[in-house]
Design a binder for this molecule. Structure first.
Ligand SMILES: Nc1ncnc2c1ncn2[C@@H]1O[C@H](COP(=O)(O)OP(=O)(O)OP(=O)(O)O)[C@@H](O)[C@H]1O
Ligand SMILES: [Mg+2]
Length: 235
């Protein structure tokens, strides 16, 4: 780990109204790292990612990206500074074409060298379907559009919220195999998943969340599957 990580979250607490979804969460992610956040339903994974991109109002603690505190910054400015979210449930515009959905990422993001051709190389099926409405695509193809849209924002840090959810294993494999390629393009990645094995297989380091708190962290190779499962379920 470098002295100043790309992303540094310190003692973050996050509230939805009166409900505290995260408590004193501290997480770092270095440039070039793939870090995964695992946790069961309701553990606070999406709350964490939404907070990073400025979509939760009530927070305590610090979220530093390249040294600057992101708290209080508008989502649009956070995206332009190099953080892109692949949101839970994809959030595409169903009546826009694949290409029009992808263009949104390009328009809101920063300028960089990832272009449409790169996305079509990562996911060749999207090139074939680029003039189709996104609602006509399969769930897996729609997820590829959501990932492509984030990549076209040319992020330094990409946040992926359960990109495998509800998809067939072969599609999940297609989606996950781009993670090392994306990292090789200099993009760091924070992967949120319920699927422990899938998530740890791509991660340099991981954090496990239970009821809004980090209860285990480390390198996947340094912990047994049993230990991870126990912490995941709070056993
Ligand atoms: N907008 C909201 N208003 C009130 N409570 C919320 C809101 N969003 C999330 N919560 C609550 O915060 C907790 C954490 O939710 P969050 O969506 O972050 O969990 P998660 O780990 O992403 O779960 P999942 O795996 O089901 O996506 C849950 O108890 C949830 O009910
Ligand atoms: Mg979630």
């Amino acid at each position: 780990m470098t002295a100043s990580p790309l992303l540094s979250i310190e003692n973050l607490s996050v509230y939805h109204g009166q409900f505290r979804a995260l408590t004193n969460v501290s997480i770092t992610l270095g440039a070039g790292e793939v870090v995964s956040i695992i946790g069961a339903n309701g553990a606070g994974k999406s709350s964490l990612l939404k907070t990073i991109v400025g979509q939760v109002d009530r927070t305590e603690g610090a979220i530093r990206f390249e040294g600057a505190d992101l708290r209080g910054t508008h989502t649009a400015d956070i995206v332009r500074s190099g953080v892109a979210l692949v949101p839970e449930g994809r959030r595409l515009f169903p009546s826009l074409t694949v290409e029009e959905n992808l263009e949104i990422g390009w328009e809101v993001g920063r300028r960089g060298d990832i272009g449409f051709d790169d996305v079509y190389r990562f996911f060749p099926v999207l090139k074939e379907k680029r003039r189709q409405l996104s609602r006509e695509l399969s769930g897996g193809q729609q997820q590829m559009v959501a990932v492509g849209r984030a990549l076209l924002a040319n992020p330094k840090l990409m946040l992926c919220d359960e990109i495998s959810l509800g998809l067939a294993p072969t599609i999940i494999k297609d989606l996950y195999q781009i993670i090392p390629t994306v990292r090789d393009r200099g993009i760091s990645i924070l992967v949120v998943e319920q699927d422990i094995s899938r998530s740890l297989a791509v991660a340099d380091r991981f954090y496990c969340l239970l009821e809004g708190r980090v209860n285990l962290s480390g390198r996947p190779a340094d912990v047994t599957h049993d230990t991870v499962v126990k912490h995941y379920f709070g056993l």
